[in-house]
Design a protein around this ligand. Structure first.
Ligand SMILES: Cc1ncc(COP(=O)(O)O)c(C=O)c1O
Length: 432
């Protein structure tokens, strides 16, 4: 637990916090509410969450303008990791077919089975085997959840007790750090040097750690873990009895090489929980359909915990899942070709705007150094929102190495990304 969290808890529990005018204004002046908050709430990254709330509010207010029809000064959202896959598969038909099936009506009137319905589980097993070659028994080794987020949160809760060390990459998806922070886990960071891991740093980090979260291709920097480094992680995990949580939401967005799952290494499969969803592969974050896959002795307790926390995934999403997965077999090659085009277009536009651009190996983000005269990612992101009507993510929440970085998503239409870069290029001189 970091010092600021310890101090926050001390100040709240002793009543000192009530004297702070900033705290008072946040809670509406009443100390009763502050005392009502649990340790998890006090450990939450309030500044980061408030900034995201501001970004989200700005984006949602402008939503009708941004998705397909950018008007002259409308806000352009490059902040959220939402690829635009409209037109890649017949979503409306799949939804209406599901709605017309009598089994959906029956399913809606019952609590869905805890793990997921057998057709949906079989479809997930088929997708995983097609993507990675790894086979799972649908009925005992796969569990549906409400997006990958629920899977990650509950896997941490299931396998890592407060106070235990957990290994995260720097930078990494901000959610991991926030989860670890609110749960009181001890975060050990490892970084990549010239795209490779340092075996000694890895050995130190994983010694005594309870779990490591890997995400390859990665949010926010689009990096990919080299096969030899996956083998290193598998070997160290075996030596130190560590669980591997492999977040594979970007498996369909691997540019440099074909995607490799750590679970395809025989030494890793038995200690790995693979977590993924349709949020990125199908551009459907609103469906909240995800899954966890792993050996039954890891999946069974996870299912038990989920059944107490957030039982079942909604029946409509389960009913559409097999058709959505079948559709992906048809559009995955088109997605690959189209996103390579979007990536090259985004890199050219960002270069032209003056950013120092590195080619991402996967995912659909550019992870950029901020330009002069800005002092932090937060600073530059606020300026982009206010002066250019472009929403981007500051780098700070992604880890210590994100301090002077920002993340820009190019998952949407190329014209929008280029237009955003043009605005930044034209407005930047006024900030200097
Ligand atoms: C690495 C990573 N994992 C998980 C998620 C969230 O996935 P879901 O929408 O399935 O909860 C995101 C979203 O941006 C992500 O970048």
């Amino acid at each position: 637990m970091d010092m600021s969290t310890l101090w926050k808890k001390f100040a709240v529990r002793t009543g000192l916090a009530a004297l702070d005018p900033k705290v008072k204004s946040r809670i509406g002046g009443d100390y009763f509410y502050l005392r009502a908050y649990s340790n998890d709430v006090l450990a939450a990254p309030i500044e980061d969450l408030e900034l995201l709330e501001q970004l989200e509010r700005a984006v949602h207010t402008a939503r009708s303008n941004t998705v397909h029809t950018p008007e002259k000064n409308a806000l352009i959202d490059l902040s959220q990791g939402m690829p635009d896959l409209s037109g890649f598969f017949p979503l409306e038909r799949i939804l209406s077919d599901a709605a017309q099936r009598p089994n959906l009506l029956t399913a809606l009137q019952k609590y869905p089975p805890g793990f997921g319905n057998p057709r949906a589980l079989a479809a997930v097993a088929k997708k995983i085997t097609a993507d990675t070659g790894v086979t799972y028994d649908p009925l005992s080794e796969i569990l549906l959840c409400n997006g990958a987020s629920q899977g990650i949160a509950h896997a941490l809760e299931c396998f890592v007790d407060p106070g235990m060390p957990i290994v995260l990459f720097d930078p990494c998806y901000l959610f991991y750090q926030w989860l670890a922070q609110t749960r009181g886990l001890r975060i050990r960071r490892v970084n990549t040097i010239h795209q490779r891991l340092d075996p000694r740093q890895m050995e130190r980090a994983m010694s005594g750690a309870k779990a490591i979260i890997i995400n390859s291709p990665a949010n926010p920097d689009g990096s990919r873990i080299h096969l030899d480094d996956l083998k290193l992680i598998a070997a160290l995990a075996a030596r130190h009895n560590c669980i591997i949580l492999s977040d594979e939401v970007y498996s369909g967005f691997s540019w440099a090489e074909k995607f490799t799952s750590v679970a395809s290494l025989p030494s890793a499969r038995g200690r790995t929980v693979v977590i993924s969803s349709l949020s990125k592969s199908h551009g459907l974050p609103g469906l909240r359909m995800g899954w966890c896959a792993g050996p039954a002795p890891l999946i069974r307790p996870l299912a038990m915990l989920m059944s107490i926390r957030v039982p079942c995934v909604n029946a409509t999403a389960q009913e559409t899942l097999p058709d959505l997965i079948d559709a992906e077999f048809d559009f995955s090659q088109r997605r690959h070709t189209e996103f390579l085009k979007r990536r090259d277009g985004a890199m050219a536009a960002a270069l032209d705007a003056g950013f120092n651009v590195e080619t991402p190996d996967g995912a659909f983000y550019l992870w950029n150094q901020i330009p002069d005269p800005f002092l932090s990612g937060h600073d530059f992101a606020r300026w982009c929102l206010k002066e250019c009507q472009v929403a981007i993510m500051p780098g700070e929440p992604f880890g210590p190495s994100g301090r002077s970085m920002v993340r820009m998503s190019w998952g949407g239409p190329s014209e929008l990304f280029s237009k955003a870069m043009q605005r930044i290029k034209e407005t930047l001189p006024s900030a200097r």
